[in-house]
Ligand binder design. Structure first.
Ligand code: XLS
Ligand code: NI
Ligand code: NI
Length: 437
């Protein structure tokens, strides 16, 4: 049975096509900067936004028209797997991602929940065997259930820590079973609402304890996925410990975890933290911590995680510039942690959303590759920082300079003449590349 009978396989038709159900930029086999687009972009469909999001918001009920709406429980979970693989095949995406609770319902005990999970994981494994779509990452949902109201690893209640640990253990086993490339930790409830009742020191130590236990267990069972932390400053918790890339990196370094983890950077989380997407990617990249990307975008007029499909070509171009300078995403990929708007309730909208996101990143890839090929920003940097190549600058960089030697150098020097930063000129150059010269 087909769950999306109104849509056929989406094909590349090129920039002139007016067919809304075709790729205009994303041509999976086209080679850009030495690799195919499919290899560069490593697109993933997120299970939660695509197959479980029903269109509810804090003020309104479900709106989504879905072929599985009359089902519930395990019947619903099974149909979603069938629909998911039909969707992956029609979009021709290489990866997908899920939380444990997206794919199977919870039972009364963790034992029952795990039983449900095993049934669905078995089904997914079978479907994966006959499909090109692999698992980019899985994760544990340790934020929806009321037991996580005070946090998961950072809960004040040790039983909740134990529960979270058991959930992660199962998640790692599931990841291994399905050959997942990565395993993600997003700490939506790992933070605090008020310091008046919070032992911040203990909570942070405990968060590190769970990550350490997870890394050890993965090693023990031979699950060699890349571990990822996904920073986010707030929402649902007022203050989240993995605030941004810099905070997450400092945390991992403090607890000796920086060689076991990398970061999963989400565009909308960057903007929530008061940064640009490219700032978070750059911070991760220069620290050797860029692992994967949740490709979405926020709305500058709204102060929360709107998780929109990425269509801002400026953003995708600067993001792909960071990805290319990183030498690619390696085991990571571009996961659409993005949902259609509540009023985009027809099943076709799920395709339009993904097509828009994939075309936007494919375009960004081409722009970024051209910028790098022409050494546009590399030349700017070489010139701007040239003073560190010779003379006093070279002494500073090599460590030869001392405060005395630097004082001696400037003491009788007349005014220093500065070059322009040239920002406006550079923005024009960038625009030229964006519009295809
Ligand atoms: C929520 C997060 C979440 C993670 C996975 O804001 O982005 O969806 O990606 O738990
Ligand atoms: Ni998010
Ligand atoms: Ni995310």
């Amino acid at each position: 049975m087909a769950y999306f009978p109104e849509v056929n396989k989406i094909k590349y038709e090129g920039p002139k096509s007016r067919n809304p159900l075709a790729y205009k930029q994303y041509n999976p086999t086209e080679v850009v900067a030495g690799k195919t687009m499919e290899e560069h972009l490593r697109f993933a469909v997120s299970y939660w936004h695509t197959f479980t999001f029903q269109g509810t918001d804090p003020f309104g009920l479900a709106t989504m028209v879905r072929p599985w709406n009359s089902l519930s429980g395990m019947d619903l979970a099974k149909v979603r797997v069938e629909a998911a693989f039909e969707f992956f095949e029609k979009l021709d995406v290489p990866y997908f991602c899920f939380h444990d609770r997206d794919i199977a319902p919870e039972g009364d005990t963790l034992r029952e929940t795990n039983k449900n999970l095993d049934v669905i994981v078995g089904m997914i494994k079978e479907r994966m065997a006959g499909s090109k779509t692999k698992l980019l990452w899985n994760t544990a949902n340790m934020f929806s259930n009321p037991r996580f109201a005070h946090g998961a690893a950072t809960s004040c209640n040790a039983d909740v820590f134990a529960f979270a640990a058991a959930q992660v253990k199962k998640g790692l086993e599931v990841g291994k079973e399905l050959g997942s490339q990565n395993y993600v930790f997003w700490g939506g409830r790992e933070g605090y609402e008020t310091l008046l009742n919070t032992d911040m020191g203990l909570e942070l130590d405990n968060m590190a304890r769970l990550l350490t236990l997870a890394a050890d267990y993965a090693k023990e069972i031979g699950f060699d996925a890349q571990f990822l932390i996904e920073p986010k400053p707030k929402e649902p918790t007022k203050h989240q410990y993995d605030f941004d890339a810099a905070a997450a990196i400092a945390f991992l370094q403090k607890y000796g975890l920086s060689d076991k983890f990398k970061l999963n950077i989400e565009a909308n989380h960057a903007t929530l933290a008061g940064h640009t997407f490219e700032h978070e990617l750059r911070t991760s990249r220069i620290n050797g911590m860029l692992g994967s990307v949740d490709a979405n975008q926020g709305d500058p007029l709204l102060g929360w995680d709107t998780d929109e499909f990425p269509t801002d070509l400026y953003g995708t171009s600067l993001a792909m510039y960071e990805v290319l300078k990183n030498g690619g995403l390696h085991r990571g990929g571009l996961n659409f942690d993005a949902k259609v708007r509540r009023a985009s309730m027809r099943p076709e909208d799920l395709f339009y959303g993904h097509i828009a996101g994939m075309d936007s990143f494919a375009y960004g890839l081409k722009v970024a590759a051209k910028l790098i090929e022409d050494n546009v920003f590399e030349n700017v940097l070489a010139e701007r920082y040239a003073s560190y190549k010779t003379g006093v600058g070279a002494d500073i960089v090599s460590g030869k300079a001392t405060l005395q030697s630097l004082e001696e150098y400037v003491l009788d020097k007349p005014d220093i003449e500065l070059a322009s930063g040239g920002q406006e000129r550079l923005l024009s150059v960038l625009n030229q590349y964006l519009i295809g010269n």
